[in-house]
Design a protein around this ligand. Sequence first.
Ligand SMILES: [Zn+2]
Length: 500
Amino acid sequence: MIRVIVLITCLVSPFLQAFCQQTSVEYAESILAEDLRRHLTYIASDELEGRDTGSEGQRKAADYIANHFKSLGLTAIVPQKDGSKGYLQKFNLYKNGWQDAYIKIGDGKRLHFKEFFPNGLVNIPAETTSDLLFIENPSDIGANISGKGVLLFESDDKETTKKNAEAAFEAGATTVFSISNADENKFKTLAAERQSVLSRYNRMRLEATENPLQPSKNPSFIVSTSLAADMLGVSERKLMKAKDGKKNLKSSTVTLKSERGDELVETMNVMGFMEGTDKKDEVVVITAHYDHVGIDKNGEIYNGADDDGSGTCGILELAEAFAKAKAAGNGPRRSILFMTVTGEEKGLLGSRYFTDVDPIIPLKQIVCDLNIDMIGRVDKEHADNDQYVYVIGSDKLSSELHAISEKANSDYINFDLDYTFNDPDDPNRFYYRSDHYNFAKNKIPVIFYFTGVHEDYHRPGDDVEKILFPKYQQIVRLVFHTAWDLSNRNDRIVVDSNKK
Ligand SMILES: [Zn+2]
């Protein structure tokens, strides 16, 4: 009852409008630096191992966020397999990479990226056996190699090695194995380096059919000396003698598989829903991505405190502030969806799954998306004044949204709203680079809040100790006041422009 009175009176009386503003300040003030710090200390902790998409650490983060939403009394709206509703929107991504890859010697399998590695994206999906011809001298490459695998020594320079392999393929070789010049230890390093380079192609995709990678036309590999000797069934010493042209070695056969395929990666968006009062079918969405890039090959954890632990924990505090308002009878008129999305670092996949595959809420009911991605640090341009935030996208689809954002700032926060990156000619193209874009492309107005890149961007040093909590708190409050206006105003904001 009180809620209804407040709602109606706020609309008609300037005095009571002031009261309503007072109310929003009260809840905004529950967004506290110390609470943000408490949440972020966990979200950006080593225990979560950099929250890589599909990892155990990311699942822990999802559980933490879902439990927080539950404790605030937010509604679970995602249909689950057992017919119930939950906070997690689970789905599978496809991750391309090598599945099963080996060279068989006798009954044993010699391992990929340990004793041999491919030059490029070699795909030999089924185990094949072919003749293997050892060629001591590249000048011996001729018609006799047609239809066979060829084993030859790596040359001292890469170009020559490449040319020799090309010549072998031209003469009809099916596969080329180059025997590495490196000793055992160096070979391990080279193999690990190659694995890390090629893993860049192990992209995650939303659909199996999306951006299929073309495998290398000519399958070629680098093999260690010891494996090469085993392939020929001779000792390493004998093989090295052959390098000096002293010993004729017999041919052999090679059995090999180098299968590329998709691995399913289960991941999830996390959603907490707060139903509105008299305009509950219109929904304000607030997003941040809770995934980050995980651990690198040296075991270093990328904690992603700023990227995007800051946005994630901002959502936790925003949800709490609105939950307090609702508990006091001042819940929003429109509904609010608090959503932390996955797979942002893999190409905005979680938000795209929501908008393109399974929106849960019909897109036409979504009023706008306020997206937060990195708001806890300062960039070089603002080294001597941290009271700023880059605002991107606010005027692109709705002039009203832009005006509401500016007013929320001038009424309550007074930060410098920096529009540098809103310029369509800005080479960074940030408008396209975080989750709001999946809403914007559907003509849903968006604001992207961001404080810029810094020396720890996508590096292991993006830690909670470097977060500037006082200014971070103010930006979350700015999002709160903006969301408050958007969810409580009489009329839904209109889409009235279409700027680049
Ligand atoms: Zn990010």
